[in-house]
Design a protein around this ligand. Structure first.
Ligand code: HEC
Length: 151
């Protein structure tokens, strides 16, 4: 009986792991997910940008919070491009993504590394370092959108 329970538990865990990897009901669900992640990325990026441009007062602690958030959300959109059934669904993703998925993934990986570098720069509190790391981080958006996102 004990063994049976154990087997049942393992089976449940295994299926939970599988559904975590394919947690989208359909393509639209995946598009909603990745667009939500990009919305979070846009807001957090925009706030740091405005502080660095002097549009709002520079606040090292807020930069830190924003950079922490960016490091946390930067990995989120990508699984919603690679799970089966995520390649359509009415979003702005161009077919070129799946024509050259290796390049797209390389761009996504660089974006995540640059988000971590921005987080490290934010921890230093040094505005010049933050500015440089932010410029590099920010460059990823256009580099990817120009090729892979419809306007
Ligand atoms: C490696 C590629 C890549 C990088 C890097 C990237 N994006 Fe995107 N982004 C996309 C794609 C593809 C879409 C379209 C997603 C869809 O509609 O399915 C998108 C969509 C968006 C959207 C629209 C979301 C919506 O609600 O429709 C915003 C806003 C956005 N990105 C902001 C950013 C910002 C800001 C950055 C940089 C800090 C960034 N992205 C970096 C590929 C990228």
């Amino acid at each position: 009986m004990k063994k049976l329970l154990c087997t049942a538990l393992l089976a449940t865990l295994a299926s939970a792991a599988v559904s975590a990897a394919t947690a989208f009901t359909d393509a639209k669900d995946a598009v909603d997910y990745r667009q939500s992640a990009f919305t979070l990325i846009r807001h957090n990026t925009g706030d740091i940008g405005e502080m660095l441009q002097g549009k709002v007062p520079f606040d090292a602690k807020r930069v830190q919070q924003r950079a922490d958030a960016l490091a946390a959300v930067a990995p989120l959109p990508w699984p919603a491009f690679s799970t089966p059934g995520t390649q359509a669904g009415g979003g702005e993703a161009k077919a070129e993504i799946w024509a050259d998925f290796k390049d797209f993934t390389a761009k996504a990986d660089k974006f995540q590394l640059d988000a971590k570098a921005l987080q490290t720069a934010a921890q230093s509190g040094d505005q010049a370092k933050i500015k440089a790391a932010f410029a590099t981080f920010r460059g990823n958006c256009k580099a990817c959108h120009d090729k892979y996102k419809a306007d």
